[in-house]
Design a protein around this ligand. Structure first.
Ligand SMILES: Cc1ncc(COP(=O)(O)O)c(C=O)c1O
Length: 440
């Protein structure tokens, strides 16, 4: 029997390091990677993943790590959830691809029905609420939203926020306001995007009193793109009333409110869509990442009356692939039955543990976020945000068996799988605390 088919014992769900890091197999693979892969990737520490289970990742040398990243907020039901694996296996044995652009198949229809029913839009009298366009990624969901917003409104301008990350294709990149390296050398971008600071009433004052009164004719603005909690920008939570006010501005001028839930959505914050915490109803919602527990799938949900575009105006060969949709159907069921509730419960534990850490270490901020979308900032001795210190902590944690990711200027984000338990949260906090202690 080939080695990869031999049954393996289940992974321990806590770190178990058996070689120095990176181990010999990891080192050899990294050398091969360096010779052929695009240098544009941003690998922080030398993890070469081989197997995943729940919140555990085993590397190619048999070291087991506790994963607080979920592959950048993607494996919502944990790595290789048995029910997701079963659905993928069954669907791939039946039909792997047929293209939803030209043909019909049930897993996509079932998923669209569920998403349309759960979309955070008002129910119309005829019972309809939303229509769904499937994509392969977050960026593609944003492309679809940008195109639909322009098509439906017949307006060309859009507003987005500094610090926002919406993806790296041209439309999504033009909406992104995150880092110079993501733009430099790639211009010209899609015209018509104006960025304003995120999350504050002062910024919305500027939009209303200055921009919409001088250089942005409101009747030419198609949409405002906003993350309910800014993801790559630092897990920033907006000021109270901010999202409500974005809605009001949109209402006043016939502008569409597009909420990017690619990172915050699919149950991570304890509700299916983070915007539900504010009771604000957008016009368009974009999702991806956690929707299919790791298979590439995204979606753009719009109020049904907005989808006026005709056949052929927008489509994709792979979007809404049957195997990815089968994984997403099970993912949604798991989120609704148990995992969103677990995200709320474990999020509270994590938040209180990080609060204690902030009291213990001067150079650690209080946590911010919602559910299992939580971050802390790291400071230097003078109280300035300290990216190098953050990177060192993330590095030290790796060598202790804990996988973390940065975000924003100097933040560490915690976005584990929604199956995480209290013991794993405690171990993550302990390793984080040891890693910080070793540097202060
Ligand atoms: C809020 C948000 N939108 C869009 C994207 C882009 O998603 P993808 O990398 O799947 O294209 C991301 C990715 O991090 C994101 O966090």
């Amino acid at each position: 029997m080939p080695e990869y088919l031999a049954p393996k014992p289940t992974l321990p769900q806590l770190p178990r390091l058996i070689t120095s890091l990176p181990g010999p197999r990891a080192r050899a693979l990294i050398d091969r990677d360096l010779a052929v892969m695009s240098p544009s990737y941003t690998r922080g520490y030398p993890l070469v993943a081989s197997r995943g289970e729940g919140c555990a990742i085993e590397d190619v040398d048999g070291n087991v790590f506790l994963d607080m990243t979920a592959g950048i907020a993607v494996t919502s039901t944990g790595h290789a959830h048995p029910q997701v694996v079963e659905a993928i296996q069954a669907q791939s044995a039946r039909l792997i691809h047929m293209s939803g652009t030209d043909f019909y198949y049930e897993p996509a229809i079932e998923l669209a029905e569920k998403l349309a029913a759960l979309a955070p839009f008002p129910q119309k009298e005829d019972g309809t609420k939303a229509r769904v366009f499937f994509t392969n990624s977050g960026a593609e969901s944003l492309e679809a939203a940008l195109k639909l917003a322009r098509y439906y409104t017949k307006r060309s301008l859009v507003v987005a926020f500094l610090g926002a990350f919406h993806g790296r294709t041209y439309g999504a990149m033009s909406l992104t306001g995150s880092k110079i390296v993501q733009r430099q050398g790639f211009g010209p971008l899609v015209p018509g995007v104006t960025h304003i600071p995120y999350g504050t009433h002062a910024s919305l004052d500027y939009l209303e009193k200055e921009l919409l009164a001088t250089i942005l004719p409101p009747q030419e603005v198609a949409a405002i793109f906003v993350e309910p909690i800014q993801g790559e920008g630092g897990y920033k939570v907006p000021e109270d009333g901010f999202l409500e006010r974005v809605r009001q501005i949109c209402n006043r001028h016939g502008i569409l409110m597009v909420v990017d839930e690619v990172q915050s959505g699919m149950g991570r914050t304890g509700k299916l869509f983070a915007i539900e915490h504010w009771g604000v109803m957008p016009d368009i919602v974009t999702v991806a990442k956690g929707i299919a527990s790791g298979l590439p799938l995204g979606a753009m949900l719009a109020r049904s009356e907005l989808m006026t575009w005709p056949p052929g105006s927008h489509a994709t060969t792979f979007g809404g692939n049957p195997v990815a949709c089968a994984a997403a159907n099970v993912t949604l069921r798991l989120l609704e039955t148990e995992l969103m509730a677990n995200a709320t419960k474990m999020g509270e534990l994590l938040f209180s543990g990080l609060t204690q850490l902030a009291h213990k270490f001067d150079r650690v901020s209080l946590p911010r976020g919602q559910g299992l979308m939580v971050a802390i900032d790291l400071y230097d001795a003078q109280g300035n945000l300290d990216r190098d210190f953050r990177d060192l902590i993330v590095d030290r944690a790796f060598y202790r068996g804990l996988l973390l990711l940065g975000c924003g200027k100097a933040a560490i984000r915690f976005c584990p799988a929604l199956v995480i338990d209290s013991q794993q949260i405690q171990v993550a906090l302990d390793i984080l605390s040891e890693s910080i202690s070793s540097l202060t």
